[in-house]
Design a protein around this ligand. Structure first.
Ligand code: SF4
Ligand code: FES
Length: 251
């Protein structure tokens, strides 16, 4: 049976279950802890950016922990924005910011912190990716597995195998949409979409003309034997409602 505990976060009393992560309890109580590698779509994807560090005081001792993976095991006092945390967070922002100098989000999030003294860090010019892994997680969760992290050290990046157009990519944009820094680029014309070096035709609703994605993504969603959709969700529901109205009128 789970045990209910009371902790304080920034002076606010919060009730939680033993084993819950500090970040989740803070979020539920409207207390903001900055994060970069968290997405509600992938609740188990954590501990990649370390921006969510907080200070925990328990049994007379204070330590810094990664709040999104730190399970609460007893009453404690959590502080999310002390001088020490701000200092440590500045270091993490500096490391991420030098890894991905073109990721404007890092600049935005680190505003107000003392970001001086990091001039000796090496910048990877033109880079936006902070290697949070959310895009790979998104692709894996669809069962496509078209991208992964490749290379090592400063050369580490997210890519398709050998940087070639991948047969597994369906052009769904899940990776680009989940990326916190906008690092995954794609282009789109009236009829095509290009991502990860591969060009896809676009699929449009036969009724209203709305963009429905790519035929490859639609095929992946319905399976090999499934019927490819020809109308968008809105038109399908409207059609269904019309049919039902018609049926009821004549019974
Ligand atoms: S491309 Fe975006 S989502 Fe993927 S690892 Fe880099 S920052 Fe994260
Ligand atoms: S949000 Fe906790 S490590 Fe990224």
């Amino acid at each position: 049976m789970s045990e209910t505990l009371t902790i304080t976060i920034d002076g606010i009393e919060c009730t939680c279950e033993k084993g819950e992560y500090i970040y989740d309890v803070a979020k539920r109580n409207g207390i903001r802890i900055p994060v970069l590698c968290r997405s509600d779509a992938f609740p188990d994807h954590r501990a990649c950016c370390r921006i969510c560090i907080v200070e925990v005081e328990q049994r007379g001792r204070t330590k810094i922990v990664t709040s999104c993976v730190y399970p609460i095991d007893g009453p404690c006092e959590v502080r999310t924005n002390t001088d020490r945390i701000r200092e440590e967070r500045a270091v993490i922002y500096a490391l991420l910011g030098h890894r991905a100098p073109d990721a404007d989000l890092i600049d935005k999030m680190s505003r107000g912190l003392d970001m001086s003294g990091f001039e000796r860090l090496v910048r990877i010019d033109g880079e936006k990716c902070i290697l949070c892994g959310l895009c790979v997680q998104a692709c894996d969760s669809l069962g496509t597995g078209a991208i992964s992290t490749v290379m090592r050290g400063t050369d580490k990046k997210v890519d398709t195998p050998f940087d070639m157009p991948s047969d597994f990519c369906v052009g769904c944009l899940s990776c680009a949409n989940v990326c916190p820094t906008g690092a995954i680029e794609y282009t789109q014309t009236d009829t095509t979409r290009t991502i990860w070096n591969r060009e896809f035709d676009l699929l449009f609703c036969e009724e209203c003309g709305a963009l429905m994605g790519t035929p490859e993504a639609a095929r992946h969603a319905v399976g090999e034997d499934g019927e490819l959709p020809t109308v968008c969700d809105t038109c399908r529901k409207k059609k269904l409602a019309d049919e039902m109205m018609h049926t009821y009128r004549y019974v």
